[in-house]
Design a protein around this ligand. Structure first.
Ligand SMILES: [Zn+2]
Length: 255
C-alpha cells in the first residue's frame, strides 16, 4: 500500500471515531481535511503519489513528443495527418474506443502513416472517471483495447485518462496489464476552447527537449484545435524541434 493511502484512511477513521463520540464539528474538519490534497494529486500531471506517471523523455536532441487526444474523427483526423506529413512530424494519438468502433479505418491509417496509438478509454468519461469503481476503470481500459484489436490497429501499452485526471484504482489496473500512464509536461489548453493563438502563447514557454505536448482533435471545437496544431507545428519547426515518438526506455516519470 502506498503511504498516502494509510494516511488518508486514518483521517477518515479518526473522523468516524469523533462522530461516534458526538464531536460533529471536529469530525467534519478531520473528515474533509485531506481531500484538497487528494484533489491536487488527481489534477497535477507530475504528481507521482497515485502511481508512476510519464511526463517527459530523455533526449540529447532538440526533440519533443507530440500527443493528440480524442480521435479518431472523420472530419479532423485526415487534416491532422496531412499537417503532420507536411512537417515530417511523428505523433502518438490517444484514441477513444467508441470512436475507433465507428471509424476503424482511421485508426489503421494513423499507424500506416508512421504514428502510434495509445488508449484514452472507451467512452471518455471526463466528468466521472475520477470516481470510477475498479470494475468501471477496468472496463474503460479493456473495451478500448478491444476496439483497437477489432479495428486491427496496432497500439502501444500507454494509457491517458480523460482530461488527465486519475482515480484511486487506476495504477493497480494499469500495472496488472503492463501498461504505463502517460500525461504531459506542456499544454496550452487548446481542448478547453482557448483561442489557438492564446493556446500557443501559453504552451511555447513550456516546450523544451524531452517535453511531452498534449493537444486535441475532433469534437465541436475541431476547427480551433486543428488551427492550434497548425500553429504549434509551425512554431516547433521555427524553433528547430522535431516531433518524435520516444522509445519506451527513454520515458521519464515525473521529470
Ligand atoms: Zn481527452
Amino acid at each position: 500500500m502506498r503511504p498516502w493511502i494509510a494516511v488518508f484512511a486514518s483521517f477518515k477513521a479518526a473522523a468516524l471515531a469523533l462522530a461516534l463520540a458526538h464531536h460533529r464539528g471536529a469530525a467534519l474538519v478531520v473528515f474533509f481535511a485531506p481531500d484538497p490534497w487528494v484533489f491536487f494529486q488527481f489534477i497535477l500531471p507530475s504528481q507521482q503519489a497515485f502511481g508512476p506517471v510519464v511526463t517527459s523523455f530523455e533526449t540529447s536532441r532538440q526533440e519533443v513528443w507530440l500527443t493528440i487526444d480524442d480521435g479518431p474523427d472523420p472530419e479532423s483526423t485526415p487534416r491532422v495527418l496531412e499537417l503532420l506529413r507536411e512537417h515530417g512530424a511523428r505523433a502518438t494519438f490517444f484514441l477513444v474506443g467508441e470512436q475507433v468502433d465507428r471509424h476503424p479505418a482511421l485508426a489503421r491509417q494513423i499507424v500506416a502513416e508512421g504514428h502510434s496509438i495509445g488508449n484514452h478509454t472507451q467512452t471518455h468519461p471526463s466528468t466521472s472517471f475520477w470516481s470510477a469503481s475498479p470494475a468501471r476503470t477496468a472496463s474503460e481500459i479493456d473495451r478500448c483495447v478491444a476496439a483497437l484489436l477489432l479495428a486491427d490497429a496496432p497500439f502501444e501499452r500507454y494509457f491517458r485518462p480523460p482530461v488527465g485526471i486519475r482515480n484511486f484504482f487506476l495504477d493497480p489496473q494499469l500495472s496488472a496489464r503492463g501498461m504505463r500512464l502517460v500525461l504531459w509536461s506542456a499544454r496550452g489548453f487548446d481542448g478547453a476552447g482557448r483561442l489557438p493563438e492564446a493556446a500557443l502563447a501559453r504552451i511555447a514557454p513550456q516546450i523544451r527537449p524531452g517535453a511531452i505536448i498534449v493537444s486535441h482533435e475532433g469534437g465541436p471545437r475541431a476547427p480551433k484545435r486543428i488551427r492550434f496544431l497548425a500553429l504549434l507545428l509551425d512554431h516547433l519547426s521555427e524553433e528547430g524541434y522535431s516531433c518524435v515518438i520516444p522509445r519506451g526506455d527513454a520515458l521519464v516519470e515525473g521529470g
